[in-house]
Write a new protein. Structure first.
Lengths: 529, 908
């Protein structure tokens, strides 16, 4: 990792006083996971450059961590860009090596820190998820003239296009302390991945480092959200390990739910807009950041908003979908409901809120989704009478699971499209053939409506894990065929905004068992002579 | 009582009373009933095993530290019931040593026995009161007075007359010491227990009075029919001693129920046949006894026909039918026969509900639109090891479901009369002469009724694919997998590596991957095991070197090894069927696909269309090489490497490997420029500069290493497949064939894949010469590891492979599966090249300081994992080759995936 800071103009060598680093020496500092070298390639009065070169020890990066089982680590920990790209590791090194300068103190010459001077910052390999535009977006409002060059992923394989690295040059007039704290905060924000934060005092650090410039930054919510974005440790989930076995990235398998937000209830003071707690801001932030990577598209786009807005919380379509599902469940008088593919439990929360639902089961195939649901629903702190209405269980729609029988209704909300088409018959058999509730509610995107999502390329799907998205006709075919095969009737309802030609954004199918009587009758049929 | 006294009493008793045998079923719940001091514990000790007897006193001791603490009675009996329940669940004879004089206390135990479908026996020690009183008085630990004994004795006396009605199959009452002394317990075989009868059998489905067809079938099976003077069939004998099993419903609806009964009764009487009752026999018995039964379902015909017979015949029939036992367990427990089938938990058990299941099936009490009972498809959930043959529900043609087979092919409805030859599992059938009885519900005919008989049942399925009718009769659900087949902690018995445990958390992870990413389980017969690398090399500059692998095999006593080039691709398992019919018949996949090409976690490599294109090429080569015919199989499972790696792992290559290269390429020029400037201006950065230059060079080497694994692929263009092992085909696996044989097969595929010009144009609109060969040869060396010259040569070969950036090689025992002193030997050891390892251990791993630390790598877990997965993989293959039920194959396949999620250093 490498960066240089160049001061120009008269008495440029004041830089060394501000930094408390002698210009004629090459100095070394132990930093986390490596050694930081500080030297001055240029040290003239009109131009003085300090270079920070951090030699990351890639083995210590993994082995040095306490309390972690090296075997449990992901391959990505061994072969990664951390030794080269500027990221949170470099920010940590900055904080360690230039702490005094960053704090804006200089005992020998107290007048210096307050002086604004022409500075040029050069970060040749900046990890920047969001590319040059994001770097421009975040640094320009702070008064920097931003010059970026995007680094190709592999010049010998042009088809692969650009990497996420940019060569970043910032020119401007600033105090050194501000320049340093801005790097300190924004390097990890731009990197946007795999932070090496160990502690929970990030908020304090952020407040301290950004107090002079962050409150006035137009994108402060985005900065806060991305800075606080907590990434799960890699390689701990069995699912993620299986991805590696198959030469896929852990996230390629371990993506049933989005990255986790920080713990609830963490205060962030004035930085977060309005009264919304850090948790929800960060949730929305991560969803927003996610959509730039091709995750859910629906959230921001229905609002016609940029997806970077961290407070596009409560995406209207998701809310309306849940409301519609609940309305249907109430209409049919269901009291025992199983949410198949409950994810992080948004629908479960709504079901819990209505005492008419006396038995609620959230089933998901992802253990991590269930963990997250348990935390989101704050299961441990629910009153006993509420708690006993709800059960979370790992299940799979492609296996028979007798625990799924005996319900009034089953919900498959935005689940089907995450299943490979060739597994759909198995799913139908599990739900309609074996579980056989009186009511089955299925929602799925309407592919025809996708033209309304401006950020979606024509033909693209709304979520990276979607295996397909159906037109109204395709959905009708499937629902009718399934209903006929398993003895249900079906009715399709619109959810969300409806385009007169292209239909609704979400399609909902309400299946009703033809021989619906009591749940005790839920037995697969096979008759004898 | 002193020992001499006891002996004396015993002697006297033996003189006075003949030995009295008390019959107890081999598996039963035996209640000793007697007042305190009646000698129950002594009796139990003498006649039953140490663990068979559960005493209430002992349980009191367990929960209260005092065998006589009456305040602990409730808890003690809770424990006693629990233990008894567990033993009965395990089908073990259990004796309850408690007073059991109160009706309520016995009722609880009788209910427990019923719950586990086990018979109950009472042995009552009704000794004179004074004997008990004296015994109690002689014991210092019993403090209760004579009134307690008197009360208990009153209760016992009141109980005696009604004991049998409480649900005891047998009640033995012993009235005095002499009787007690004279007792010998005889353990009776359960009526259902015919495990000593090992066959072979011809198991015949519902006959329903179709005598002509039965005689034809018996003759076709090779039985010679014996006739009486009137020419009526009264027996049949097979020259090889094969015996017949009748699956019930001999009577009703058909033209000659008495004739069928006469023949069946004759054969059973002569010991040449066994029979289980059907629901129609049960009803017939009730009708013959004059009970009020509804005369329908063809019973009327039978009664009419019987009326024409002599009265004695009717009585004989009644006795015969009444004596039939619900079901039979045959051939050392490997075969169970019952009219309507029997779930595992009921096999070998005795109770009303077991009989009801065996006669009527798993009914729910519901009826369908024809008024017929709705039956629960128990066979789909069947997970037992015993084969179950049954009838009752007519099917157009018999189909195996989880090791169960219904052989009722609706003869009386104009179908066929079918027998299943056991253990051959062959079906033999004769067509019905005509429709003898119009079914209430339309009976679907099998297509292909003209098929040859005695064909393998597996092939029979190809003929039948019955249409799903409105009634669903006979429609076969694809094999249903239950969540309980895979989740939770599981122990899997393997033939090569003992019992292997899968932990619940690993199964949970595997469930997600299996459900969300993998192919349908019908296509997943196998997942490849992980492979351990060689021991860490001590050579400078090297982490892995062939000599470690050779040393390992030498130490294990394996002399001859084969080194196989490690292709720069991804492991691929290819299942190819001869055609879509085989796919449908053998694997139940009816969407027209003809196989699968999947990764180590069961994911498809390609979309369905290109997969079929690839399979078409493989099939062409397999056919041209004559392998389908040579192996006598309609399908083949191949272990391969699919190239390039980028075809599967492009995301990983771009996001992880290429990104590292890009970041390095961006940072080093600037860093080096700054260092060079600093150096030129006199700063002491020489060492840092040199080191940084090295790192820049390493980063370039790293990029060069991953680039070798990338080349563009367009459809199948650019894709290569390197088969190196034949995994399985119908009926057999190949882990016992040496690798020379495997690679010879692979070479034949490579050879066969060089298509003639005419064939090439078929594939695409590209010019013919642009279609490259799909198959790629695997380079190899065979050597004797005890010959230094050969070792040197092979080592040189490895250098030759890896110096150019090759991935390395895999060393395997030439003979294939090898065992050593401590069991299985690693089936392969990988030796990876120095440059290749950069993309595993990082660009700078060769720096001496790094290498020194990296050498400290523990291989134990990886090796253990490799062996366990290897054994599970073989298990999956053996089960698949033997056409075992899908859940059995899937269990082993799933276990491999679950083990793969164990945390092991991913760089190994």
């Amino acid at each position: 990792m490498f960066l240089t800071i160049t001061a120009r103009g008269p008495s440029a060598t004041d830089l060394s006083h501000l930094l408390h680093k002698h210009p004629d020496k090459v100095q070394q500092f132990d930093v986390a996971d490596g050694v930081a070298h500080v030297f001055y390639p240029e040290r003239n009065d009109d131009r003085c450059t300090v270079a920070l070169l951090v030699e990351v020890d890639p083995i210590a990066l993994v082995r040095g961590r306490k309390g972690r089982d090296a075997d449990g680590f992901s391959l990505a920990q061994y072969v990664n860009d951390r030794p080269y790209a500027a990221s949170s590791l470099l920010a940590v090194a900055l904080g360690r090596v230039f702490r005094t300068a960053m704090a804006g103190t200089c005992r020998a010459r107290p007048e210096l820190p307050g002086q604004r001077r022409p500075l040029e910052l050069h970060v040749p390999a900046l990890s920047c998820r969001g590319g040059s535009p994001l770097a421009e977006q975040l640094f320009a409002p702070l008064g920097w003239q931003v010059t970026t060059t995007t680094v190709p992923l592999d010049p010998t394989i042009p088809a692969w296009g650009d990497s996420r690295y940019v060569d970043l040059r910032l020119n401007g007039c600033s105090t050194l302390a501000d320049a340093l704290t801005q790097l300190y905060v924004l390097l990890p924000v731009l990197d946007g991945s795999k932070h090496y934060w160990e502690n929970r005092d990030e908020v304090d650090k952020l407040l301290r480092a950004g107090e002079r410039w962050l409150p006035g930054h137009p994108d402060r919510e985005l900065i806060v959200a991305r800075y606080l974005r907590h990434h799960r440790s890699l390689g701990t989930a069995a699912v993620a390990r299986l991805a590696e076995v198959d030469d896929a990235e852990p996230e390629a398998f371990d993506n049933a739910v989005d990255a986790e937000p920080p713990a609830q209830g963490q205060p962030v003071g004035d930085l977060s807009a309005g009264d919304s707690p850090a948790g929800s801001a960060a949730v929305a932030g991560s969803a927003g950041a996610g959509s730039t990577e091709g995750r859910s598209t629906e959230a921001g786009s229905t609002e016609g908003r940029s997806t970077t807005g961290p407070l596009s919380a409560g995406s209207s379509l998701a809310d309306r979908r849940r409301a519609e599902v609940l309305a249907v469940l109430r209409e049919v008088g269901a009291t025992r409901v199983v949410d198949l593919g409950c994810g992080e439990g948004a629908l479960l929360r709504d079901l819990l809120a209505d005492p008419v639902f006396t038995r609620i089961v959230g089933a998901d195939v992802s253990p991590r989704a269930l963990d997250l649901a348990a935390r989101r629903l704050d299961l441990d702190r629910l009153p006993e009478r509420t708690r006993e209405r709800l059960q979370l269980m790992q299940s799979s729609l492609t296996y028979r699971d007798e625990r799924l029988a005996g319900f009034d209704a089953a919900v498959l909300m935005e689940v089907l499209e995450h299943v490979d088409p060739q597994r759909l018959p198995a799913v139908a058999r599990t739900v309609f053939g074996w579980a056989r509730p009186n009511t089955v509610v299925v929602t799925t995107p309407n592919a025809e409506y996708n033209v309304h999502y401006k950020n979606l390329f024509p033909g693209a799907l709304r979520h990276r894990d979607h295996r397909f998205e159906w037109t109204r006709e395709e959905f009708a075919d499937w629902t009718q065929d399934t209903a006929a095969r398993y003895g249900y009737t079906v009715r399709v309802l619109p959810v969300g905004d409806v385009d007169p030609q292209l239909g609704p954004s979400t399609q909902l199918a309400l299946f009703t068992r033809t021989d619906a009587t009591t749940a005790e009758n839920n037995v697969p049929r096979r008759t004898e002579q | 009582m002193t020992e001499q006294h006891t002996a004396a009493v015993r002697e006297t008793a033996a003189q006075e009373t003949a030995v009295r045998e008390l019959a107890v079923p081999q598996v039963a719940l035996v209640l000793l009933v007697g007042v305190s001091g009646s000698g129950k514990s002594t009796f139990a000790r003498r006649h039953f095993g140490r663990f068979e007897v559960i005493s209430s006193d002992f349980c009191r001791g367990l929960v209260a530290d005092d065998e006589n603490d009456q305040s602990a009675t409730a808890t003690a009996f809770g424990l006693l019931h629990h233990i008894v329940g567990l033993r009965l669940a395990a089908h073990r004879l259990t004796v309850v040593d408690a007073t059991n004089v109160q009706r309520e206390s016995r009722a609880g135990l009788v209910a427990l026995a019923r719950e586990h479908d086990v018979l109950c026996v009472a042995i009552v020690l009704d000794l004179p009161e004074h004997v008990c009183r004296e015994r109690n008085a002689s014991r210092t630990d019993r403090t209760f007075g004579p009134q307690v004994i008197r009360r208990q004795r009153d209760q016992l006396r009141r109980s005696l007359p009604s004991l049998k009605r409480e649900g005891f199959r047998r009640v033995h009452v012993l009235k005095d010491l002499a009787e007690v002394e004279a007792v010998r317990i005889v353990r009776d075989r359960l009526l259902t227990d015919l495990r000593h009868e090992t066959g072979p059998f011809d198991v015949i489905g519902d006959v329903h009075g179709c005598l002509t067809e039965l005689e034809q079938l018996l003759e076709k099976l090779g039985h010679r029919i014996v006739r009486d003077q009137a020419g009526r069939a009264v027996d049949a004998a097979h020259p090889e001693g094969r015996r017949v099993v009748f699956l019930g419903d001999l009577v009703d609806r058909g033209p000659d129920s008495p004739g069928v009964l006469r023949l069946a009764m004759g054969m059973v009487g002569a010991g040449r046949a066994f029979a289980v009752p059907g629901n129609h026999e049960a009803k017939l018995v009730r009708a013959l006894r004059g009970r009020n039964v509804q005369i329908r379902h063809g019973l009327a015909q039978t009664l009419e026909q019987l009326a024409a017979e002599p009265k004695e015949f009717g009585e004989q029939v009644e006795r015969f039918c009444d004596a039939l036992v619900s079901h039979l367990v045959l051939d050392d427990g490997r075969l169970v026969v019952a009219h309507a089938g029997l779930k595992q938990a009921y096999q070998g058990r005795a109770s009303g509900r077991v009989r009801s299941f065996a006669l009527y099936g798993d009914t729910t009490g519901e009826t369908d639109e024809y008024g017929m009972p709705v039956r629960y498809p128990w066979a789909q959930e069947y997970r037992g090891t015993a084969t179950v043959l049954y009838g009752h529900t007519p099917v157009p043609s018999p189909e195996w479901v989880n090791n169960t087979l219904c052989v009722d092919t609706g003869c009386v409805f104009g179908g066929r009369l079918t027998a299943c030859r056991y253990p051959e599992r062959e079906l033999v059938s004769v067509p019905a002469e005509r429709v003898w009885y119009e079914p209430v519900r339309p009976f679907p005919r099998a297509e292909g009724d003209d098929r040859t008989d005695a064909e393998r049942t597996g092939e029979a399925e190809t003929n039948s694919a019955p249409q799903g009718t409105a009634t669903g009769i006979g429609r076969r659900e694809p094999d249903v997998l239950d969540l309980t087949d895979v989740v939770g902690r599981r122990v899997i018995e393997t033939s090569h590596h003992g019992r292997i445990t899968v932990r619940a958390e690993h199964a949970a992870g595997a469930l997600e991957v299996m459900s969300r990413f993998a192919l349908p389980p019908q296509w997943l017969l196998y997942l490849p095991p992980t492979m351990a690398p060689c021991a860490t090399s001590c050579l400078p500059d090297m982490l892995e070197h062939p000599s470690e692998a050779f040393d390992a095999y030498r130490a294990d006593g394996v002399r001859e090894v084969i080194c196989q080039e490690k292709h720069m691709g991804s492991r691929a398992v290819v299942l190819v069927c001869r055609d879509a019919d085989v796919a449908a018949a053998r694997f139940g996949v009816t969407d027209g696909s003809t196989g699968a090409v999947h990764t180590r976690t069961g994911r498809p490599f390609l979309a369905p269309e290109p997969t079929e294109e690839l399979l078409g090429r493989v099939r062409a080569a397999v056919t041209a090489a004559g392998l389908f015919d040579e192996l006598g199989s309609g399908w083949l499972l191949l272990d391969c490497e699919l190239l390039p790696w980028s075809a599967k792992a492009e995301e990983l290559l771009r996001h992880q490997y290429a990104a590292v290269g890009a970041a390095a390429r961006a940072v080093f020029p600037a860093a080096l420029a700054a260092l060079e400037t600093a150096d030129s201006t006199g700063l002491d950065v020489a060492e840092l500069l040199a080191r940084t230059r090295d790192r820049a060079g390493n980063a370039e080497s790293f990029a060069a290493a991953y680039r070798r694994y990338c080349w563009p692929v367009d459809g199948l263009h650019g894709v290569e497949l390197a088969p190196f092992q034949v995994l399985a085909c119908e009926g057999r696996t190949f882990h016992d064939r040496d690798h020379g044989w495997h690679l010879a097969v692979a070479d034949r595929l490579v050879e066969a894949d060089r298509p003639a010009e005419a064939d090439r144009t078929a594939g695409a609109d590209r010019p013919a010469e642009a279609v490259p060969g799909l198959f790629r040869r695997t380079a190899r060396r065979v050597l004797d590891v005890t010959d230094p010259a050969q070792v040197d040569e092979a080592t040189g070969w490895w250098h030759h492979l890896t110096d150019g950036g090759g991935e390395g090689m895999v060393v395997k025992p030439y003979a294939n599966l090898a065992r050593g002193r401590r069991g299985l030997i690693q089936p392969g050891i990988k030796v990876r090249g120095r440059e290749y390892l950069r993309i595993i251990y990082g660009p700078d791993y060769t720096a001496p300081a790094n290498l020194k630390r990296l050498r400290n790598r523990g291989l134990g877990r990886k090796r253990s994992l490799a062996l366990r997965e290897y054994a599970l993989g073989l298990q999956a293959l053996e089960r698949a080759a033997a056409a075992e039920p899908l859940w059995r194959v899937h269990e082993a396949v799933f276990a491999v995936l679950a083990l793969e999620s164990e945390p092991v250093d991913p760089r190994l």
